[in-house]
Design a protein around this ligand. Sequence first.
Ligand SMILES: NC(=O)c1ccc[n+]([C@@H]2O[C@H](COP(=O)([O-])OP(=O)(O)OC[C@H]3O[C@@H](n4cnc5c(N)ncnc54)[C@H](OP(=O)(O)O)[C@@H]3O)[C@@H](O)[C@H]2O)c1
Length: 430
Amino acid sequence: MKKSLRIGIAGLGNVGTGVVKVIQKHGRDLELRSGRKISIVAVSARSRKKQRAVKLSAYEWVNDPLDLVNHQGIDVIVELMGGAEGAAYDLVVAALMAGKHVVTANKALLAHHGHELALLAEKQKVSLYFEGSVAGGIPAIKALREGFAANDVECVRGILNGTCNYILTEMRETGRDFKDVLKEAQAKGYAEADPSFDVDGIDAAHKLSLLTSLAFGVKPDIGKVETTGISHITATDIKHATELGYRIKLLGMCRRLGAQIIQSVEPCLVPEQSALGAVNGVLNAVQVEGDFVGQGWLVGRGAGEGPTASAVVADLIDIARGHHVPVFGIPAKTMKAGKWVSADALTGHFYMHVIVKDQPGMLAKIAEILRDHKVSVEAVIQRGRDPGKPVSIVMTTHKVRQADLRKAAHMIGKLPLVSGKPCVMRIEQV
Ligand SMILES: NC(=O)c1ccc[n+]([C@@H]2O[C@H](COP(=O)([O-])OP(=O)(O)OC[C@H]3O[C@@H](n4cnc5c(N)ncnc54)[C@H](OP(=O)(O)O)[C@@H]3O)[C@@H](O)[C@H]2O)c1
């Protein structure tokens, strides 16, 4: 047997504790699979006094995570503190500079500094692995970087945030509104006290930017992900989408359009019977379309202690085996800035929900605006007739340019009897 792979863990929260548990429980099997033992040498967190759900007495404690880097007996730094800047960034840079491998689950760090860190890791000839940062236990990174590496990828779609998927699923199953379901999700621990990172789509955007880099060999660019959250989705939207045979999902999507690339995170309709339509609750999914492989699917638990720790330890096994690949699948110095284009360049079918005061001629006015913007309507649902009261008009379109539909929706939103902005969502034929 080779000498053991010696690790130092910075961060003993949900994921860090999970990693300790996996290594303590499966030590012997990990040794057989890796060809060497994976040994925790030292750990670090903010508070030494905090009660943790694992026994740590066998490991050295260091107060400053940077001391893990200076420790002569450590080969790999496992960064599980979180945050795009500060302690996590300083630790990862210091570790790579010192020629130590790094494993992290920190999507914010990689989304903001991925290319710079990849350049440094490759210069230092060490690994920087981040499987836990996207879709938790689902091996989406490895699949794109290695399993699908023979293909030209056309498109990647993902349900990348379990909190949003849980909320949308609950809204559909119970008919309740967003705010009500969010409150319950917070009480159950599925949503943070400040949920904006999840429900505004930022977390999914971080993850998508990494999938884009792996799929298309471009530098991660979080600033170029068009991001819309789910807080404007109403129980009525969910009900109408269901009646039309669709599910509403917060979809992360990156797609090639000629030489350009679209990156978007937004609520979309997907057919109820499709593979993505069947991904409910806190589950995540990633779908890859490649020129030789066709469509490939990965589904599973996208967050939480167990799934994320499983991904982090899988990265450690790769390092222990001596499996070394470029951080984003191609040498970092060959990665270019993406040529980005807005999702408005897409053509497709759309859903639009408008709330209007029921007055004669309203539908005709809306139809006129749509016609002027070359939007042709496929189906219309108008529920209830109560003169002077608000009613919902829901329509689906034939194939149109997203830009045209958005302009039309903007004009419709300005009509005096229309209340609020029309809700527009793309129908993704997955
Ligand atoms: N939770 C998930 O389901 C999940 C899924 C995928 C990816 N991730 C990523 O995994 C990482 C960790 O997430 P988590 O949920 O485990 O977070 P967490 O529960 O908040 O734990 C963070 C840990 O880092 C320690 N820490 C924070 N700042 C520190 C500092 N300046 N110096 C030393 N230690 C510090 C904390 O110490 P104390 O315990 O002493 O406060 C805590 O142990 C994040 O990047 C997150 O985005 C999480």
